[in-house]
Structures are given as C-alpha cells and as structure tokens.
Design a protein around this ligand. Structure first.
Ligand SMILES: Cc1ncc(COP(=O)(O)O)c(C=O)c1O
Length: 343
C-alpha cells in the first residue's frame, strides 16, 4: 500500500548523505570538548545564526528548557504565547525543574501584540515575580506555521531590551521562517538573544537541536545541559547528520512550502472542506471538515495509507516535509475528494 505520512515533519528519515556522514564521522568525547564533529557543528550553527556560540542538545524541548533555566532564576517569569510549544507541550519543565513562572499571552494568530508584551513586563515590586524573558516561537506551530517577520522580532526586542529583559526564540522551524520570508537566518534573529533550532523536523536529521547565543550564555547553558543529562560522549554521530542538515537541507524547505501551498489550494476546491488558503506560508496546512467529520476522515484516510493529524473533531493538520513529493500531494487531494464524494 502507498504510504503518505503528513502527520508531522518530525517523521522525516535521515537522507543517504546523512547516513554516510554518520558512518564516517570523526568522533571523540564531547564532554571533554574532544568530538571534532560536534565542535564543527556548533561552530557552523553559531555562524549561520550570526551568534558567538552554540551547544548541541538532544531535542527542541531540551534546548528550550536549557535556555529558560539559563536565563532565569527560581521565581522569575517568562512571557510566552498560550499556543506556544513551550507552554502547551513541554510538560511545564521550566516550572517543575526551575521554579520558573510561565505567563501565557494571546498568540492565537502567531503574533503576540506589542502592547500586550509591553504591559505584561512587570515593575520591580516584591509582590511580583521578576519578568526575565520573552519567549517567541518562529515559525509559530499552533497558528499553522506562521513565520514571524524580522520587523516584528526587532520591535519585540526593542521593547524587551528597553525594560531589561531578554528574548529567546523557539526556532524548532526557524529555517522554514527564513526561507518563507526570503531573509538570511542571521539577519532574521539579529536582535534576538538566544535561539533553539531543530536539526530534526524539516531539516530531516534523526536527532538533535542547537541552542545558540553569546559565549557567556552558552557556557552557562553547558552546565545546565550537564545537569539535565544531555552532555553526551561520542555525539559526533548526531552532529554529522546535523552538519548535512545545515549545509544541504535549508534551501530545499522551499519545496515543502510549495507542496503545502499546492495542498491548501487543492483542499480549497473540495466541497465539505473549509480552509483559509492565504494563512499557510510554510509547511503546515490546517483545514476544517464540515459537520465535525475530521476524526472520521482521518481514520478513513489512514485506511488508504495517508496519515494526517487532527485537532479536535473537525480540524485536520497536514505537514509537508522531505519525504513527501508533489505526487504524494496529488494523491492526497484526490483521495480526500473521492472519500467525501462517496460518503
Ligand atoms: C515549535 C516546537 N518547539 C519545540 C518542539 C520540541 O521539539 P522536540 O520534539 O525535539 O523536543 C516542537 C516539536 O514538535 C515544536 O513543534
């Protein structure tokens, strides 16, 4: 049976170049800074984002957690979106392990309003926690992969820095944003203090994320990484694939975006499906199935080997990635059309 997995870009498998790079990687003990492949990856990641330093961590969740623990002390507060991955789907690790308060703001459309950010930064008063950090997400997953513009990020940074707080980006899909906005990644995050980005997801590596920032911050983060148990040994086998991700997989994200656009347009022509085509600028497409039949359609599609995500009863979430071809998109559109026609 044909198999088309549109549930997430986390489903990508490593490319043959990655498998070869892993096989040939020069390895050493990274806890002692002796894994040259990890050192090369960290240097490359810092360079691509125009920052001083980077540290390899095991996952996006761990990168964000390490960042929040490094920025904040116990009792400090982080402003972030209520739809953000850090708030919704990282088990409140920063609160559980770091005693950090998370203050959710409205980001339903991807952007938190500048007014809300400004008003939410607390004055120094012993009754309140100290607001220490603004954490943004780019692209913004919950709103459909919205890329946050450089102008917006710069405005956020101006407000935050003026009030003495730092800005972190959960950039699990940062390169989807830079490609969609047609801007160099280093330029996009120029005003931002720290960034986590993932090698897995759209960049297709099997494991790993990087936390990037200035040298002092990354040194602090290395201590937290050790405490969290993610200082690894011959982690060059992870880094080798990550180097291929950065060198070969960023520009091709354009193809995922084109496939997502094609999918959105195709779905828009199917009676029984509602979709805001213009909303989807990167590799995610959300649509509603009339009469709350999302769960039913998801199950029926899976019988045909097409896997999609669903949010609640009526909304489907479809994500394009390296293992999805333009032909897979045609097959998916035709299958949905047929299923809804036959029902
Ligand atoms: C926006 C965003 N941030 C962070 C993460 C966490 O990444 P990981 O699954 O590697 O922990 C994800 C995972 O899908 C994500 O979508």
């Amino acid at each position: 049976m044909r198999f088309v997995d549109l549930r997430s870009d986390t489903k990508t498998l490593p490319t043959s170049e990655m498998r070869e790079a892993i096989f040939n990687a020069e390895l050493g003990d990274d806890c002692a800074g002796e894994d040259q492949t990890v050192n090369n990856l960290e240097e490359l990641a810092a360079k691509v984002l125009g920052k001083e330093a980077a540290v390899l961590v095991s996952s996006g969740t761990q990168g964000n957690l390490t960042a929040l623990l490094s920025h904040c002390d116990r009792g400090d507060e982080v402003l972030l979106g209520r739809q953000s991955h850090i708030f919704r789907a990282e088990a409140m690790g920063a609160s559980v392990l770091g005693g950090i308060a998370l203050m959710p703001l409205n980001d339903d459309e991807g952007y938190i309003s500048l007014e809300e950010i400004e008003q939410s930064i607390r004055v120094n008063d012993s009754r309140y926690p100290n607001t220490k950090l603004l954490a943004l997400e780019n692209t913004h997953n919950g709103s459909g992969g919205t890329p946050l513009s450089k102008a917006y990020l710069d405005d956020c940074s101006d407000i935050a820095h003026l009030k003495g707080i730092s800005v972190h980006i959960d950039g699990a899909r940062l390169f989807n944003a830079s490609v969609a906005l047609n801007i160099k990644p280093s330029e996009l995050v120029n005003s931002i203090d720290t960034v986590t980005f993932c090698l897995s997801k759209g960049l297709a590596a099997p494991v790993g994320s990087l936390l990037v920032g200035d040298k002092d911050f990354i040194n602090k983060a290395r201590r937290w990484r050790k405490m969290l148990g993610s200082a690894m040994r011959q982690s060059g086998i992870i880094a080798a694939a990550g180097i291929v991700s950065i060198n070969m997989m960023i520009e091709r994200l354009k193809e995922d975006h084109l496939n997502a656009k094609k999918l959105a347009n195709g779905l828009n022509n199917i009676p029984g499906i509602s979709i805001e085509v213009e909303k989807f600028q990167t590799n995610m497409v959300f649509c509603s199935v009339d009469n709350g039949k999302g769960e039913w359609l998801t199950e029926t599609l899976s019988d045909k080997g097409i896997l999609v995500g669903h949010v609640g009863n009526s909304v489907l979430r479809l994500v394009t990635h390296n293992d999805i071809s333009s032909d897979d998109i045609d097959y998916t559109i035709k299958s949905i059309q047929q299923i809804l026609l036959d029902k």
